[in-house]
Design a protein around this ligand. Structure first.
Ligand SMILES: [Zn+2]
Length: 428
């Protein structure tokens, strides 16, 4: 979660520190900007080498050369993807019931890395696991702390000069973000600095959202995902957008787009999120994906959580494959573009509100089959929750009608199970 309150603040000047949300918690990620820039840093020269779509794609198509060190940037030619699980080891992020966003982001990051690493076109870096920063980043922060601080200040001053000279127009904000404690903010800047220095092509920050104003045991009002990309005036914005669009297309087939005003377009430009290059700092195509709201039932339920998270990772992976190569995307998605399928249904599903992977797979099968979401509903009305509720029962009725199944109203009985297993139980 990184935003909280949606407010249109017309006069928000690029760079004025964001007001901390009264909902507290974490999230900042917002550039603090001008206050830290000093005249002494006027001499800081910012070299910017933003990636173009052609740059990144040429890596994918060039022959693979194995290199011994990540520092051999002159000859490495795999696509470098940096995955950043949101928040820090043991600190920050949304919490709901016993769930912690900072652990969910690691799980999704590891799932995504696992898919990508099967493809030799990619070289994947993940900044941390559930306990620690990876050794590369722990060392980098330790050895470069002052450099990161100076670089941030220089970047802030540079953008301030560009605004005062009229080459950058201060953007208006539509989604508010909380402010990060400075050490957290500097580590985020440090990750971007490292990515620039190590020729990273694509950076993906992984988060789960939270909505303001709900109780500790009461789910909030919003559901769905959103992808944040850099504001359009930033050098890495255009490339980020092209990559984000292919990921958006995959995610939106199975998952609702955020219902929050300001996120409902699905892909949201933002000038102030440090993660994706506040102050125009990032070279890589960069995005921050809010994969859904932490209190959504498919995450809350331990029986469906791992599958739901893995599926989000899989669709992100397929979106990247789409960006690079449609034939490769088709090959890896095979018959199914969800890890929920194929699935073998072994027992009758009859209890209303049953929640498990059988129901999650059922919802996925009904979606692929064309019955889900039913009638005029959409995925915001009928998300794949893994729960047998009215949306699924209605879609199931349509499915049973299509396959001439009777006597199994509102349940997955023997005959329905047989058709499901025949059509969606086989791996191709
Ligand atoms: Zn977050």
């Amino acid at each position: 979660m990184k935003y909280y309150l949606v407010t249109i603040l017309a006069l928000m000047l690029f760079g004025v520190p964001a007001v901390s949300s009264r909902f507290g918690g974490e999230v900042d990620y917002v550039a603090q900007i001008f206050s830290q820039a000093t005249e002494q840093l006027a001499a800081v020269i910012l070299s910017h080498n933003p990636k173009t779509v052609a740059d990144i794609k040429s890596r994918y198509t060039s022959p693979i050369v194995q290199v011994a060190s990540i520092n051999d940037k002159s000859i490495h030619n795999k696509v470098r993807i940096l995955i950043v699980p949101g928040h820090e080891p043991n600190y920050g992020g949304a919490e709901y019931s016993s769930l912690k966003e900072r652990d969910m982001t690691v799980e999704l990051a590891q799932d995504l890395a696992g898919f990508l690493e099967k493809d030799t076109h990619y070289e994947v870096f993940v900044t941390r696991d559930g306990n620690d920063w990876s050794p590369i980043f722990a060392e980098y922060f330790k050895n470069n702390w002052q450099n990161i601080i100076d670089w941030q200040a220089g970047s802030a001053q540079d953008i301030a000069h560009r605004i005062s000279s009229g080459t950058v127009v201060p953007p208006t904000k539509t989604v508010y973000h909380n402010k990060a404690p400075s050490n957290v903010a500097y580590r985020l800047y440090g990750i971007t600095k490292w990515a620039n220095e190590n020729d990273v092509d694509i950076t993906i920050h992984i988060h789960f959202n939270d909505a303001p104003g709900h109780g500790s045991r009461t789910p909030g009002d919003h559901t769905g995902f959103a992808i944040y990309i850099p504001e359009r005036q930033y050098a890495n914005s255009a490339t980020s957008k092209v990559v984000a669009e292919t990921i958006f297309k995959r995610l939106s087939k199975y998952n609702p787009v955020s219902s929050l005003t300001g996120e409902s377009a699905g892909i949201v430009e933002d000038p102030d999120l440090i993660a994706i290059g506040a102050h125009d700092t990032a070279d890589a195509a960069s995005m921050l994906i809010e994969y859904g709201y932490i209190y959504e039932p498919q995450f809350l339920n331990a029986g469906t959580r791992d599958l739901a998270i893995k599926d989000l990772a899989f669709q992100t992976y397929l979106g990247l494959e789409d960006f690079f190569s449609a034939p490769d995307a088709a090959a890896v998605s095979r018959a199914y573009d969800t890890v929920a399928l194929p699935h073998t249904w072994k027992s009758v599903i009859s209890e209303k509100n049953t929640q498990n992977t059988d129901v999650f797979a059922l919802q996925s099968a009904l979606l692929v089959d064309g019955e889900y979401p039913p009638y005029a509903r959409d995925l915001s009305d009928c998300p794949r929750t893994g729960k047998l509720g009215p949306c699924t029962q209605t879609a199931l009725q349509q499915f049973q009608k299509k396959y001439s199944i009777s006597g199994e109203t509102n349940i997955v009985g023997q005959r329905t199970m047989q058709i499901l297993n025949t059509n969606y139980g086989i791996s191709f």
